[in-house]
Write a protein that binds this ligand. Structure first.
Ligand SMILES: *Cc1c(COP(=O)(O)O)cnc(C)c1O
Length: 358
């Protein structure tokens, strides 16, 4: 077996897609599944599509182009603030983009007209998280400007929370979007198709049945691939949380002191580590490192094993209290959280195995 390897259980991902899709349909929501968290790996995309989804979103235009070439009929939304420099690709390959800057919209409009197309956009409004979006007070003036751009069509309003500021989705900040949509429709005598209410963290309102009426699109990544809503710090019932398992190989196994010997400076990543003296411990070094994965987002599956650190190429684990007998050459499993899957699927050094293909 080649290691490190990311084992991806497609049946579990399919279950998660179906569960979420059914719930969303019940509540009148057009689910958009976000593929950026796993680099839009095609076998996973194929699984999502076979599970009944035909609306996807990604932050990277390269991923969108790759998937569109394989599955031309999928609708794709670009969810990263679009760049002027990628306007041509975005208009050609993405069906919708999320926009928040008039100068950029102008370029997209001109470029779309040049290409003989009309590009659909959702206007992002900042409801408090302070990442992307225009401030609510500026919405009407912005829409007024958008109406004058003939190459783009405003089809909705959207918001993002839980990313930069860590602001939680609430009934209040979601309602703000519903009200803004009404104002825009009344003021400009137009109909907007979508209110794109948020991401995985907004599913909390869905489960509590408190998502305001009118919100009819969610952009869901984490919940589908990991059954987790990390912004709210919960696992989601009936979803698998272990569709992605990292396996890494033990390359050194020794008893060593728990505190380094000598003066302590900065580690390879600019941090000054601190240590608690637990005496001599049984330690394993595994052949996977920060170049492959964000170690903090891994959880050992073996009970009693603790990740104590790492460097570019190595993960260090304390296995003194581990309930398994471990030998050099053994392959050790870890559950992956969002940023682990993101980094593991990005690293060319990590092998991928797909299990339970549909
Ligand atoms: C990443 C992203 C999402 C998906 O977030 P999850 O937490 O993975 O569901 C939705 N919207 C935007 C704008 C994003 O950047």
């Amino acid at each position: 077996m080649n290691t490190p390897v990311l084992e991806i259980n497609l049946k579990k991902i399919s279950n998660n897609v179906k569960q979420l899709k059914n719930l969303c349909i019940e509540k009148g929501i057009d689910t958009c599944i976000v593929t950026k968290g796993f680099c839009a790996l095609l076998p996973i995309v194929k699984t999502i599509v076979s599970s009944g989804i035909n609306f996807l979103a990604d932050s990277r235009i390269q991923n969108i182009i790759k998937v569109k070439n394989a599955f031309p009929d999928i609708r794709y939304m670009l969810i990263r603030i679009p760049k002027i420099s990628e306007a041509y690709e975005v208009i050609n390959y993405a069906d919708i983009s999320l926009q928040s800057q008039l100068e950029i919209m102008k370029v997209y409009s001109d470029k779309a007209l040049e290409l003989g197309k009309i590009h659909e956009i959702i206007l992002m409004v900042d409801v408090g998280d302070l990442r992307e979006g225009i401030m609510p007070a500026d919405v009407l003036e912005t829409v007024n400007n958008i109406q004058a751009m003939k190459g783009i069509r405003l089809i909705g309003v959207g918001a993002n929370v839980g990313c930069y500021g860590g602001v939680m989705p609430t009934v209040e900040n979601s309602n703000q979007l519903v009200n803004l949509k009404k104002e825009i429709e009344d003021c400009f005598n137009i109909k907007l198709k979508y209110i794109s209410g948020g991401s995985t963290c907004t599913t909390k309102l869905l489960f509590e049945d408190s998502l305001p009426n009118g919100i009819n699109n969610l952009r869901i990544g984490e919940a589908v691939i990991l059954g987790e809503d990390s912004t709210n710090g919960v696992f989601i019932d009936r979803l698998y949380r272990d569709a992605f398992i990292l396996k890494a190989e033990v390359v050194e196994l020794k008893d060593k002191p728990s505190v380094p010997i000598g003066e302590i400076g900065y580690d390879a990543f600019g941090c000054k580590p601190t240590f608690i003296d637990k005496g001599i411990r049984k330690r394993a070094i595994l052949s996977v490192g920060r170049q492959d994965v964000r170690l903090e987002a891994l959880t050992p599956i073996y009970q009693g094993m603790e990740i104590i650190g790492g460097s570019s190429d190595h993960l260090l684990a304390d296995i003194t209290d581990c309930n398994k007998i471990i030998n050099p050459g053994d392959v050790i499993p870890f559950r992956c959280a969002y940023s682990a899957v993101l980094t593991l699927t990005t690293s060319p050094y990590v092998y991928k195995i797909y299990e339970n293909e549909l």
